[in-house]
Design a binder for this molecule. Structure first.
Ligand code: CU
Length: 486
């Protein structure tokens, strides 16, 4: 009896294992088949990808065949306005935050050209979540200013994917705006809709508080603490409000490609006064219906679709609501057309949520920019030097000259800096790569050559040498000239 029981048990276990093995081989076969179908999609012709700035998206792929798709994306580091009077130096893919929208279909072979503008100060790269390969392309796209990198990939999985820079310190590159979306449409394309728009949330960390005027440098500590001053859609407060609101007409279907660049926060994406008829959850195949708020992870996306039934201004928010009304995570969809009193009585007036909208008030613009004049005396050299430092060096070496550990060496009390003035001049003029040791710590990053005049180099270095406990040397334009002509 005992023996029989054992036998039965062993037999059952054996059969179970066989069934499992069979099932898993079926599953493997199926997924392999799907992969094989996609990877074998033939590519005959070549085309240049249409890239668009937010909130616009390129033309739907429709019925087009898979192609070799050339994507030309240029990296630009440029100053922009976070909100009235508040400037921020954004690092961008294509000159906008979020970066240019890329639209592909399964089976496309994307030939990616990543170009780093010669005026940029830093090397960058790109990690596309739509890529099957190491680093999502980051490994083969690390590109210095004035260079171009090319790599290619076959688009295998349909969905909406985030791309971002993955150059160290990764968090800082993303925090400065280096993210965007790439859409991979299925064979035959997404179902047609009337309006499509591109929205991406991001959190920003500045040394000053919300609304503090002037050029606001990135604040590493706030980023580490995950305490943003700004949480915005499409790179700045009010980027999609007022005259910049997105629009639709009553009865139209609207599709929003929504991404979240982070770097830190998860978005509770919601449209006040609308229900998402359809959500492609996390940008994938799973479709949820009749959704009020959808979660969009940092480094993730969702496609939301709805029909607009009545006119009015619909407010798009991160429903972590202080972010919307106090940090900028608020956009607008303006819908025009006939009222439908059955669907909505119309008693509440358009824009009722606006009185709370402290985040969207505009302030007078600050147009003051000093002309370039020769500095007279140490005090003036310091003043001019500080300005150049703010626009050229601060992003990496930080306002306190402390640098960023493991990435950018400190300039404050720097033994390396104080040991050799000519070497410091040479590095500013010609850049520096490879390992160096500063105050006992090793750094291996890339500093690019700076396009500054002799006068400017002398001012900025005088500022650095006379700040943060350094050796108080004064650098003259003649000294710079001598090193330049060596
Ligand atoms: Cu970067």
């Amino acid at each position: 009896m005992k023996l029989n029981l054992k036998k039965t048990l062993v037999t059952k276990m054996f059969l179970g294992l066989v069934t499992l093995a069979f099932l898993s081989s079926c599953i493997n076969d199926q997924s392999y088949k799907k992969y094989n179908d996609t990877v074998d999609i033939p590519v005959n012709q070549e085309m240049i990808a249409e890239l668009t700035s937010p909130p616009n998206v390129p033309t739907p792929i429709g019925k087009r065949m898979a192609k070799k798709l050339i994507v030309d994306l240029e990296i630009l580091e440029k100053e922009g306005e976070m909100t009235g009077g508040v400037k921020y130096v954004y690092w961008t893919f294509g000159g906008t935050v979020p970066g240019s929208f890329i639209r592909t279909r399964v089976g496309d072979e994307v030939e990616f050209h990543l170009k780093n503008h010669p005026d940029n100060k830093l090397p960058h790269n790109i990690d596309l979540h739509a890529v099957n390969g190491p680093g999502g392309g980051a490994e083969s796209s690390f590109v210095a200013p004035g260079h171009e990198k090319v790599f290619s990939f076959k688009v295998l999985n349909p969905g909406l994917y985030v791309y971002h820079c993955a150059t160290a310190p990764v968090g800082m590159h993303i925090a400065n705006g280096m993210y965007g979306l790439i859409l991979v449409e299925p064979e035959g394309g997404l179902s047609p809709v009337d309006k499509e728009y591109y929205i991406m949330q991001g959190d920003f960390y500045t040394e000053g508080n919300y609304g503090d005027r002037g050029v606001q440098p990135f604040d590493m500590q706030k980023a580490i603490d995950e305490k943003p001053d700004y949480v915005v859609f499409n790179g700045s407060v009010g980027a999609m409000t007022g005259d910049n609101a997105i629009t639709a007409k009553v009865g139209e279907t609207v599709r929003l490609f929504v991404g979240n660049g982070g770097p830190n926060l998860v978005s509770s994406f919601h449209v006040i006064g609308e229900i998402f008829d359809k959500v492609h959850v996390e940008g994938g195949d799973l479709i949820n219906e009749n959704v009020q708020t959808t979660l969009i992870p940092a480094g993730g996306a969702a496609i939301v679709e709805f029909r607009v039934d009545v006119p009015g201004t619909f407010i798009l928010v991160d429903h972590s609501i202080f972010r919307a009304f106090n940090k900028g995570a608020l956009a607008m969809l303006k819908v025009e057309g006939e009222k439908n009193k059955t669907i909505y009585s119309g008693e509440i007036r358009d824009g009722i949520y606006l009185p709370e909208g402290g985040a969207i008030q505009s302030m007078p613009k600050d147009n003051g920019k000093s002309e370039e004049i020769k500095a007279v005396g140490l005090e003036e050299k310091m003043k001019f030097g500080k300005d150049i430092y703010a626009s050229t060096c601060l992003a990496c070496h930080q306002a306190t000259g402390a640098g960023i550990e493991g990435a950018f060496p400190p300039l404050a009390k720097s033994d390396y800096l104080n040991a050799d003035v000519d070497r410091a001049i040479d590095i500013v003029l010609h850049g520096k790569t490879g390992e160096i040791t500063v105050n006992g710590k090793k750094y291996n990053s890339v500093m690019t050559a700076q396009a500054l005049s002799d006068e400017e180099v002398s001012n900025v270095l005088t500022y650095v040498y006379n700040s943060w406990g350094n050796s108080k040397k004064e650098v003259t334009p003649e000294m710079v000239k001598a090193v330049r002509n060596k």
